[in-house]
Design a protein around this ligand. Structure first.
Ligand SMILES: Nc1ncnc2c1ncn2[C@@H]1O[C@H](COP(=O)(O)OP(=O)(O)OP(=O)(O)O)[C@@H](O)[C@H]1O
Ligand SMILES: [Mg+2]
Length: 381
């Protein structure tokens, strides 16, 4: 198979990457890691990566996703790495590999998972990342580490802000802008300090200047998909904002994006949270594993941000710049901007109280939007 024949045509110098990969077809014997002068990534040899992962031993396997397995490894220099080994070299996988390596290699931000390098030769496509010792958000919220309850409220807030900053960087600072298209808990990894690193740009689409949205085949993960994307394949930055809103509710509540009710009926996290929001019972949305140890005002404003992000209409959703600002901003300002029905005389520093009724207008606006969402969702099913 000719390597990387599925590269999209963009302003990026894809051809240079092609040349690099083709050079890699034969040199599996060398264990040298090449530092390419023109690129911010290393080119690993197969031997080096086989050695690092104990030949992709089962015991080294961290997990498996839609496109391959991820293995823990240690390089000859003693650096811990995670190696994603693509399953098959279908045209789709080839495309995923090319897009992911090209994008990740160039994008650098403290809240995005760093790409160390890759190997491409024969049928093997391997992507080498920094290893994240605290695994992913999904492990802590619903997986093996859920019972350990390592995510207290301040950590959850800082993970939410970090992921929002990573996404905001992709949407607004990288040129051309990048839409992630698969924001979810397993794609938010945590470093030693529990700092969030957004991973997996395999689904990313590069957006040329002047294009507001692209119509494309639906990818991504059920439960996180914006209605207009799921139904009509319309992609824009606000699809990521929607997925981020779902992620935010998941971080606050510890609930999965979709839950199966007795009788097999499925309920999504927005449908679950909406009645609490309408009644102003924000504390009920917070994860019971937090045992009440959280900032009530922050829970309330973060839930409201999540509800804004998951608005049925993409035009009503905030940008990621606004989301970052709201998540980091002063409580009073945040509340005003989010609820969009400001009472100018309101005391900005008022202490949150469950009997507080300032959510009422928001609730009414919200219920209209929710009706639309429910309709859209039932059409989608
Ligand atoms: N650099 C890394 N450090 C530590 N764990 C990682 C790293 N990269 C991936 N993982 C973990 O390995 C597992 C598999 O990841 P992978 O990205 O292949 O699948 P996924 O995120 O579950 O689904 P998808 O294929 O849709 O992205 C996930 O639990 C992920 O959190
Ligand atoms: Mg992933």
């Amino acid at each position: 198979m000719k390597a990387f024949s599925f590269f999209p045509r963009t302003k990026m110098p894809w051809n240079c990457f092609c040349c690099v990969s083709q050079d890699q077809e034969e040199p599996a014997e060398t264990s040298r890691v090449h530092k390419n002068r023109d690129y911010p990534w290393d080119i690993y040899s197969l031997k080096e990566l086989l050695h690092a992962t104990n030949s992709f031993h089962h015991d080294n396997k961290i997990g498996e996703g839609g496109f391959g397995s991820v293995y823990w490894g240690r390089t000859s220099k003693g650096v811990e790495i995670a190696v994603k080994r693509l399953k098959t070299m279908s045209a789709k996988a080839e495309m995923e590999f090319a897009v992911e390596v090209e994008i990740l290699g160039r994008v650098r931000h403290r809240n995005l998972l760093g790409l160390r390098g890759f190997y491409a030769g024969g049928e093997e496509r391997l992507i080498v990342y920094d290893y994240m010792p605290n695994h992913s958000l999904i492990t802590h919220l619903h997986g093996q580490l859920a019972a350990d309850c390592l995510l207290d409220w301040p950590r959850r807030m800082s993970i939410a802000i970090g992921s929002a900053e990573g996404l905001s960087y992709l949407h607004h600072e990288v040129n051309p802008h990048i839409i992630h298209r698969d924001i979810k808990a397993s794609n938010v990894l945590l470093d030693t300090e529990f700092e969030a690193k957004v991973a997996d740009f395999g689904f990313a689409k590069l957006i040329p200047d002047g294009v507001t949205h692209l119509t494309t085949r639906v990818k991504g993960t059920l439960g996180y998909l914006a209605p207009e994307y799921a139904m009509w394949g319309k992609v824009s930055e606000s699809c990521d904002v929607y997925s981020f809103g779902i992620l935010l509710l998941e971080i606050i509540s510890g609930k999965k994006p979709i839950e199966k009710l007795p009788g097999g009926v499925k309920r999504d996290i927005v449908q679950w949270a909406t009645p609490y929001v309408q009644k102003g019972l924000f504390n009920q949305i917070a994860d019971s594993r937090l045992k009440g140890k959280f900032d009530r005002e922050q829970v309330k404003s973060t839930v409201l941000i999540a509800m804004k992000c998951t608005d049925n209409s993409p035009d009503n959703r905030p940008t990621m710049i606004e989301v970052v600002d709201w998540l980091k901003g002063g409580i009073g300002r945040r509340k005003k901007e989010i609820t969009n029905h400001v009472d100018e005389t309101e005391d900005e520093e008022e202490v949150y109280d469950e009997t507080d009724t300032d959510h009422e207008n928001y609730g009414m606006e919200l219920s209209d939007a929710r009706e639309n969402i429910t309709r859209a969702r039932s059409q989608r099913r």
